[in-house]
Unconditional design. Structure first.
Length: 79
């Protein structure tokens, strides 16, 4: 079992009720699989996010390693 630190921003922080938490991940688990596990439900109800590991944007298929810092980054509006 591996442990990562997950950081939440904006609407995801509101849904989880915290800024960050430690999560266990399985060997070979991708960042997208972790997101799916932490935010289950129909795709239509889910917030689209970018994925980052150790402060670098990564593809959804990136496999997580023990000690990684993970961030799910929702779209940012502005204007």
């Amino acid at each position: 079992m591996k442990t990562v630190t997950v950081h939440y921003f904006a609407a995801l922080r509101e849904r989880k009720g915290c800024d960050q938490e430690k999560c266990d991940v399985q060997h070979g688990e991708s960042i997208e699989a972790l997101y799916d596990r932490l935010f289950p439900g129909p795709a239509a109800d889910r917030i689209p996010v970018g994925f980052a590991v150790n402060q670098t944007y990564v593809p959804a298929t990136t496999v997580l390693n023990d000690g990684d810092d993970v961030a799910f980054v929702p779209p940012i509006g502005g204007g």
